[in-house]
Ligand binder design. Sequence first.
Ligand code: HEC
Ligand code: HEC
Length: 268
Amino acid sequence: MASTLHAQPAQPPGGRGRGAITSPRNAYPDRAPADPAAIERGKALYGVNCQFCHGADTRGGDGGPSLLRSSTVLDDQNGELIAPIVRSGRPGMPKFTLGDDQIKDVAAFVHSFRAAGYDEARLRPPSIIVGDSKAGEAFFNARCASCHSTTGDLRGLASRIPDERLLQQTWLMPGSGGSRGGPPPVTLPPIMVTVTLPSGEMVAGKLDRLDDFTVSLITADGTHRSFRTNGNTPRVDVRDPLQPHRDLLGVYTDADIHNVTAFLVTLK
Ligand code: HEC
Ligand code: HEC
């Protein structure tokens, strides 16, 4: 992946900014800011996989410690120290199957807080609309139009989400950008599951819980059903309507992200 280095200062110039950094944070290594597109992709991945436990601003949340204070994260350059933790999990943290590039992107996002003196806005160019909207339209027609239409469900998208960063976050990973007081989060379609019992009976509904030993779901009439699982019995098929979006996150180049956003902001 191309990692263009942007000539932005790692610390804000001027007296006020400096004042804000006269803390132990001074000891943090200077890091060249990553490409904003890598940070955006990482933010989306972080939003769906890590935010719940480590907090939207990586300072800790429900069930996970602050990553900003972690010496591992501090020493990490490019995801190389974060990767083994993400892949093998920790007590209280599940393991994830994310690719090297995806972990690099997550690391770029996590490091962006520190590089920017906790203010990620400083790291970014004034506008993120730097792509080519025609190329974005072509990409949209090739990769998105099977599920979306700019005259149907996405009509007026940019009027509904006028904040361009949030708009970008929303199309990258629906549901991932809304934690900072943005517009009403998209109503995400539920994850569905079908359980096929040894008798052949099939029970389907919204997934409630799935772990190594049980699966529970809520059927269309609101009944709660729970099943013990043992290996592949009963058979459990999970369908996450947002899986295509997760998969696509690994496909976009930096240019694709810029272009698609440049196109979507025209949908007023
Ligand atoms: C279900 C909650 C949960 C999720 C989701 C989660 N974590 Fe964690 N994470 C934890 C907990 C709890 C710890 C501390 C474990 C320990 O004490 O060893 C931790 C530790 C870490 C550490 C090590 C910090 C240190 O210095 O020891 C890193 C790095 C980390 N998580 C990154 C991530 C990333 C990146 C993601 C998303 C891909 C993620 N975590 C998702 C709960 C979670
Ligand atoms: C295989 C189907 C599929 C593909 C391909 C797909 N999406 Fe989605 N997308 C969904 C689903 C499902 C949702 C959840 C919300 C919904 O049902 O509209 C969603 C949500 C969204 C949202 C939020 C909708 C809203 O109303 O706020 C945007 C924006 C979006 N996708 C853009 C894109 C873009 C851009 C692409 C191509 C790069 C893309 N999607 C590719 C299925 C898909």
